[in-house]
Structures are given as C-alpha cells and as structure tokens.
Design a protein around this ligand. Sequence first.
Ligand code: PAF
Length: 283
Amino acid sequence: MRVISNIASLRDVRRSWQAEYKVIAFVPTMGNLHQGHLNLVKEAKMKADVVVVSIFVNPLQFGPDEDLEAYPRTLENDRKVLSEMGVDVLFTPQVKDIYSRGLEQQTFVEVPGISYMICGASRPGHFRGVATIVCKLFNMVQPNMAFFGEKDFQQLQVIKAMVTDLSMNLTVHGVSTTREDDGLAMSSRNQYLTAEQRTLAPTLYQRLQEMRDKINSGRRDFSRVTSECCEQLAQAGFSLDYIEIRSADTLLQPGHEETKVVILAAAFLGRTRLIDNLQVTLN
Ligand code: PAF
C-alpha cells in the first residue's frame, strides 16, 4: 500500500491507473478506523480494481464547540489495518494543502434544503463542510465509485444530491450500518462513553426497533409513536437532540403515498452525541 499525502503524487498514481483502464473505488474517512469503515473497504474491494482510502479530519465540518481537537487520531494503526486489507493507496493530506487559501476564504459546496434539516439544524454548517471536503476529495481522487456508511444516513443523502446536482461522474454506494453485538452502531465517538453510558447506549437502537415494530403493526400516528419513544429515552437518561420519522428518499415529512420511511435519531449520553437510524418499508 502506498501512503500519499501530496495531491500531485496522488494525481500521478491516478493517471497511471487510468492508462490501464482500472476501476477506482474511494472510501473517504476521518480515520480512527473501526469495523464499519473496514466493511466499506471490503465492499469497495469487491466492486473495483483499485481502492483509495483517505484519512482527513476535516475542520470545516466541526462546529466551534465540537470535538475537532479531541477527535481520535490513530494513523499508525489505521495504516497497518488498511495495508493488511490490501488497500492500494492511503491518502493522508494536510489541512494546509486541502485549505491552502485558509478556511475563511474557502469556496464551499452547499446542498440546500436537505442540509438544513434534522442533523443540519442541530449542527449549522456541518453538511456544507462535509459536501465541500467530499467534493474536493472526489476532484483529487476522481474515483468511479465511492462508499459511505448508512449510519450517517443524512450525510449519504446530501452527498448523493451533490453528485446529482453537480453532474459528477461517479456512483455513490451506501453500505449498511455495522453494529456491536449489543446493537450499538459503531462510531469513533463511542470511545468517549463511560462504562455506565456504554451499557446504556444500545437502548437507542432498541427503541428505534420498537418504533419500527409499531409502524410494522400498522400504526401511522407517527408523531405519537415518536413522542412515546422520546419519553422512554429521556427516562432512560438520554438527552434527546431529535427523533424523526421521514421519507427515506427525500428526508421530508412522509406523505400519504410514502413507501419507505427512515427513523432518524440523535441523542446525548453526557457530552457524547450518538446517532442512529432504521429504514422501514411501509406495506
Ligand atoms: O463520515 C465521515 O467520516 C466524514 O464526514 C467524511 C465523509 C469522511 C467527510 O469528512
């Protein structure tokens, strides 16, 4: 595996692959890799000839009170794991090269509407930061396909919308959420949880499953189903950011003809913000 931090060197490698008609897959990450990331890499390897993984903790997607400085950085371990998996290139650019004119001057990509709701309402500017870095990385790697986890369901929809709106020449693949044995969605932020919070954390997914079961049993009073779940989670000790049932296609409020919804949740345990989601097909 080649480790490249320089954009020009990445482009050289990209050019040589193009000359050999290789299909290029890309997995963008912020590092501190867990099995969820490795499953993205596995999917990428199955579908393409060569795989590029990037590790870049993107300052543009963190709010002023968020965990940018504390975000876990484990490059040496990540490098070893990716090399063992047979990744072709690990791209590790520096902030000064990615945002060479400074964060304040940076041209940005904004996907309106979908970026402002749900997580976007709680984290203003977050999806602008995500869309901007993903667009820039796509321009550098120029992949044929890119892989993202469904755990960040809204992020995946924002990226798909950006790719459509800007006529980008690649396919975006969503990969299902990887969970711990007790159901907790894998996340780099889970390591912030205390032992007590970690025991409580899977409750979030359990309540989402209960909501799914209620919907599957025929309930369509979504706001009641949601508030029942909110009450239970608050009683269990979660501080809720949101729980929403939305159209899985548009993330808007579900209409009468909706065929698939997604239950989206974000809740704090202490200072750690957990997110999760569950898609439900309506019969
Ligand atoms: O999901 C993430 O890890 C990040 O938001 C991404 C897509 C790598 C952009 O920084």
